[in-house]
Design a protein around this ligand. Structure first.
Ligand code: GLA
Length: 382
């Protein structure tokens, strides 16, 4: 089967699955899909936080918490049916509250960087936190990753999910407009984790939402991802300055260490990605026939376990980040000290600094419009 037919099949399956997953239904009607809710602790402000476990009939298990609408665990099978948790993170809420590099969170209001934390919209200048000096990163000091979201369980005959909602007040973190956001994670019977985003605003505002999971297909805490084979369906990328802000060019990957149009191990040329701390932290311009159309963006394979992850997205770009800032100081799950390159992120999104880059697709949401994005992570083993 070629990629195109897999893509059509996946989208067809998704449509069927999600159709069956509209609105909460009783768990008893759907015993093969499971959802469990537990208390996860309290924020420093005393807000209770819940954690949900959802599971499909194949034993794929996902944990999601209301803190940051975060994906904290993802257990998928290898070629022999052995399950492992393939996302980096912690076992307890306290460790997340103590600060971390966006493990599994929903990043926003504007994920990625805004140059110098400044932009103008409809004749007005806005200044945001420069929390990644000299730039603004992932929505600021107290972004969506640090909010407690409302949660609703969704159980259908073909899927199980959690729908998170958060209403960001006008002016929060310096962004204009009240922004109402809904993010739904759905686990389907074909081992896909679907993340759908929706938002509406009452004033024009920039928006760029993504999930920031760190993956290691051999299992979190199992060492580096450098032997895993990456294929990114992008002929172009957005070259950046030394503060990781795009220059505005759309550069070809051909002939550079950025070229993953054919499967290559992540480590094959990573040493050539110079700078401090080095490695990949770049936005790829996905090959698309139509803007906004879901297409296969990435295929990653771990040769040791046989696990394969395919990502389909409606977004124009994907930030490929190789965990360059991990330095062994964070004690993750079961005390695993995460080192540089122990996980990779594939953040499906609009291009960095789009609000200041007239040549990039717009990230402005106006009143009366609906922001949507859908990203599918499909797991198989070979
Ligand atoms: C994104 C950025 C990286 C880094 C991580 C979080 O991937 O592009 O530079 O900030 O988030 O550590």
């Amino acid at each position: 089967m070629n990629y195109r037919s897999i893509e059509i099949l996946t989208i067809a399956c998704l449509a069927v699955s999600l159709f069956a997953c509209k609105g909460p239904k009783s768990y008893k009607e759907n015993p093969d899909f499971k959802v469990e809710k537990a208390e996860f602790g309290m924020t420093k402000e005393g807000e209770p936080v819940q954690i949900f476990t959802i599971e499909n009939p194949n034993g794929v298990k996902v944990k999601l918490t209301t803190y940051g609408a975060m994906l904290t665990e993802l257990h998928v099978p290898d070629r022999n049916g052995g399950f492992t948790d393939i996302v980096l993170g912690f076992d307890d809420l306290e460790s997340y509250l103590a600060g971390h590099p966006y493990f599994g969170v929903i990043a926003g209001r504007v994920a990625n960087r805004i140059a110098k934390g400044k932009f103008s919209l409809n004749g007005k200048d806005y200044t945001l936190a420069t929390n990644n000096a000299p730039n603004h990163l992932h929505g600021g000091e107290n972004g969506l990753d640090k909010k407690v979201w409302k949660a609703e369980e969704l159980i259908g005959s073909n899927a199980v999910g959690i729908r998170f909602a958060y209403s960001s007040p006008d002016g929060e973190e310096g962004y204009p407009g009240k922004l109402d956001i809904v993010v739904t994670y759905t686990l389907t019977e074909d081992n896909s984790l679907v993340i759908e985003y929706e938002a509406v605003t009452d004033q024009a505002t920039p928006i760029n939402l993504t999930n920031h999971a760190y993956f290691n297909l051999a299992g979190e805490g199992s060492g580096t991802i450098l032997n895993q084979q990456m294929q990114i369906f992008a002929d172009h990328f957005t070259p950046v300055d030394d503060t990781l802000i795009p220059t505005g060019e759309i550069g070809p990957v051909k002939g550079t260490s950025m070229d993953f149009t054919q499967p290559m191990t992540i480590g094959s040329r990573i040493g050539k990605m110079v700078g401090d701390p080095g490695g990949y932290d770049h936005n790829y311009v996905l090959n698309k026939k139509q803007p906004g159309q879901s297409s296969l963006a990435v295929r990653v394979k771990d040769p040791s376990s046989g696990r394969v992850m395919e990502i389909y997205t409606t977004e124009p770009g994907v930030q490929f980040y190789t965990g360059n800032f991990l330095d062994g100081t964070l004690e993750g799950k079961a005390g695993n000290a995460y080192q540089k390159n122990d996980g990779f992120c594939l953040e499906c999104q609009h291009f960095p600094d789009s609000i200041n880059q007239p040549n990039f697709p717009s990230v402005v949401l106006n009143p009366g419009e609906k922001y949507t994005q859908t990203t599918i992570h499909k797991f198989t083993a070979e």
